[in-house]
Design a protein around this ligand. Sequence first.
Ligand code: SF4
Length: 297
Amino acid sequence: MPDIAVWNKCDNRCVMCTNMASFPAQDSGQYSLEWQIRKMERYLRGLGKTYLKNADDPGFVSLTGGEPTLHPDFFKLISYFRRRLPGISITLLSNGRRFSDPGFARRFLRAAAPPFAVGIPLHAGTAALHDRIAGVKGAFAQTVKGLGNLLAPRSGPEVEIRLVLHRLNIGAFRGTLAFLRRAFRGLRPYRVTAIHYEIEGMSLENHARLALRLTDSARAIGAAADLIAGFPDLRLYHFPLCLVPPALREKCWTTLPREDRCYPAACRRCRLRPGCPGLMKEYRKAFGAGELRPLCS
Ligand code: SF4
């Protein structure tokens, strides 16, 4: 099932956003409730290529943006997708800010019948750094409050807190993990994903500020292994296994489609290759493949 861009506007201006600057500038008419329903009905009837990303993966749908919760018919859309995709896992990707309104969060919790997940990025464990990366003062307070509102009930959609790692926040990684432990203690379980940033859209435009090698990202993760051990479900995305300390390799997941990843020449003789995500193609363009350390024995 596809990635569906629900809405093209966003109230954050994240420095590492993977959308192009032209995306929010588009007319939002093509994201209206009517258009979204028309597209999905065409897709379900197999009437041609309707969605660009992951359209052939049958197991799940991702609702993305922009910021989907800003859609004027957000709840109607959630109800429609839930009804028309029974049993399909739906993941909503959001900056979480609108969930700071308790009424909005309660309404969402009622509409998001399982299997349903919501993924929300947290850029840092302090308002100053999170807001700097999000490009909006006050974003941190709203996102943290939103997460709290989603995690307060004993049941509800799965919540995934996404830590997208780049040069601006890698030095704060330990502090971010420590903040999570404090801020959401006693609430229901959630997942943490630490994701090496992807180089596309605004992230590519801003790359001079963001550039971070996988080696340095993996080193920071290794240095936080004691804190990582305190999270029952913490996953690492986009890391070649050879760069991650052996004890943390079981936490690495492959999430990007095959066409976005590569296995350079060094990988041919590596015994880790069968379970390895390899290298992101855009990363290889920016940094090459010289960091890889194949395990050959
Ligand atoms: S050398 Fe290649 S296959 Fe082996 S762990 Fe590194 S990226 Fe993966």
